[in-house]
Design a protein around this ligand. Structure first.
Ligand SMILES: Cc1cc2nc3c(=O)[nH]c(=O)nc-3n(C[C@H](O)[C@H](O)[C@H](O)COP(=O)(O)OP(=O)(O)OC[C@H]3O[C@@H](n4cnc5c(N)ncnc54)[C@H](O)[C@@H]3O)c2cc1C
Length: 446
């Protein structure tokens, strides 16, 4: 229990390991410590784990939020040595080995920092205020609601420019998230939404994927990148390479080449940076907010502190490992094992990443997979993607529900989840067309 201004004291003699973050890294670290001779406290600001790899499908009305989330307490129900605390960590005092949370203080013997990453706006004007992000469940729901509200507003809109704004969707960032969302959005609009809004012509709708580099899907083999470009173009997504964003306003994206894109929807997937918790705790971070760790995953500031997953810049040979789920899970397990080694008087071992390949899905029956020096595209790659994601999803019920949704969508070209809910504007919606202003209330729309 946390009591404000009091330190949580573990009365048993077993060392106390605290894990901040129940994402992929934190969860896998906790699992590796289950039933071991340690007391584990897992802290997260949410009481659920989110399967981020399918978040874009929530934002494209394909899956319900609940289907990609799982209550943390249920995961560890049977593990007597693992406790969960719902709290937001504010700061860590490394010298005193105390964590400050919004609910009180927690003392640790060993700490695993697995707080992940946040969206990076690169200081570009208007991004924080006007763009939609795709990093949390709340953001995904807000984006889905906004897309549907744009269509609702567009059917009544008489002003040509305003209508164009409402029906142009700009996604910034041609990495995996941007590509996957562009594909899913194209399928949502070209299928169910166009059927729901027969007065809107497909000619009026534009989906634009903007990428600053000269190719999509950095890090994937060229064959997969070419396939992705071709497939997205066939699906009606306009891909604009070598295009940099200078500013985002509520109704347009201003580009460096002076060309403006009229749009009421900008989805920002251009980058991520390490969560600010390390910086706030005086742990040295790079420009991308990540902590450069020792090969053993320990922080340079303290041998009792391990940093893993997206928050860690893990160097291997001549590269820093990418911010992906496999790195987070494997580094989580490695940090847990090193703590157990430390407790028994052995030296921690360097982390070795086992690269199992990468995959990207573009749409139905279209994906790219790279494993070792082999690449696969099309239906087979899509099938591999589907099986792996289903297998990795936590919870039997979630797997069944996701499978039913996918089958429904695949066979009927339908999306069951096209309601705007919750209906109120939230802080995750930069501009909502669902809420009426006093001047629109008096406007004759029919
Ligand atoms: C939309 C999207 C799609 C992705 N798709 C893929 C994919 O297909 N394949 C892939 O390999 N990777 C994918 N990734 C990347 C992958 O999800 C991350 O690399 C991985 O989640 C990192 O794990 P983590 O444990 O470091 O952080 P996270 O999984 O982000 O977990 C961090 C946890 O810390 C908690 N937290 C943060 N700050 C605090 C605080 N101050 N106090 C308390 N709790 C806190 C958060 O609530 C969260 O639960 C995707 C990411 C996104 C956003």
């Amino acid at each position: 229990m946390i009591i404000n201004d009091k330190v949580k004291d573990n009365s048993t003699s077993a060392p106390h390991v605290v894990i901040i973050g129940a994402g992929f890294g934190g969860l896998w670290a906790a699992r590796a410590l289950a039933d071991k001779a340690v007391n584990v406290t897992l802290i997260d600001k949410n009481n659920y784990h989110t399967f981020l790899a399918l978040l874009y499908q929530v934002a494209a009305a394909e899956l319900e939020a609940e289907q990609i989330a799982y209550p943390i307490r249920s995961i560890f129900r049977r593990q007597k040595n693992i406790d969960f605390i719902l709290a937001q960590v504010k700061k860590i005092n490394i010298q005193k080995q105390i964590i400050e949370t919004d609910g009180g203080l927690i003392r640790y013997d060993y700490l695993i920092m697995a707080a992940g990453s946040v969206t990076e706006a690169f200081g570009i004007k208007g991004v924080e205020e006007h763009a939609y992000f795709l990093k949390t469940l709340e953001q995904a729901i807000a984006l889905k609601n906004h897309i549907i509200c744009c269509f609702e507003a567009a059917i009544h809109e008489k002003n040509e420019t305003r209508r164009r704004e409402l029906l142009t969707f700009v996604i910034v960032g041609g990495g995996a998230t941007g590509i996957e969302y562009a594909g899913a959005l194209a399928e949502l609009i070209h299928g169910p939404l166009i059927k729901d809004y027969p007065k809107i012509s497909l000619q009026d709708v534009q989906i634009i994927l903007v990428e600053a580099a000269d190719n999509l899907a950095a890090g994937m083999p060229q064959k997969v990148r070419d396939y992705t470009f071709k497939k997205l173009s066939e699906m009606g997504v306009h891909v604009r390479l070598n295009t940099k964003v200078r500013e985002v306003t509520p109704s347009r994206v201003i580009l460096h080449d002076q060309n403006d894109l009229l749009s009421a929807t900008v989805v920002w997937t251009a980058g991520v940076r390490g969560d600010e918790i390390a910086h706030l705790s005086d742990i040295k971070t790079g420009r991308d907010g990540r902590v450069t760790v020792k090969p053993t995953l320990q922080a340079h500031e303290s041998s009792n502190v391990y940093v893993i997953g997206d928050l860690a810049a893990i160097r291997e040979s001549d590269r820093v490992l990418p911010m992906v789920a496999q790195v987070a899970m494997q580094s989580g397990v490695a940090a847990a094992k090193n703590i157990l080694r430390q407790i028994t008087g052995q030296s921690p071992e360097p982390f070795r990443y086992n690269d199992r390949g990468a995959m990207i899905t573009i749409g139905r029956r279209a994906a790219g997979v790279s494993i070792g020096n082999k690449t696969f595209q099309g239906f087979f790659a899509w099938f591999i993607w589907l099986v792996i994601h289903l297998f990795n999803l936590i919870g039997f019920r979630n797997r069944v529900m996701v499978l039913i949704n996918w089958a429904w969508d695949y066979l009927l070209y339908e999306r069951a989840l096209r309601f705007v809910f919750p209906s109120c504007t939230s802080s995750f919606s930069p501009s909502s067309y669902c809420s009426r202003t006093s001047d629109t209330r008096s406007k004759i729309i029919k």
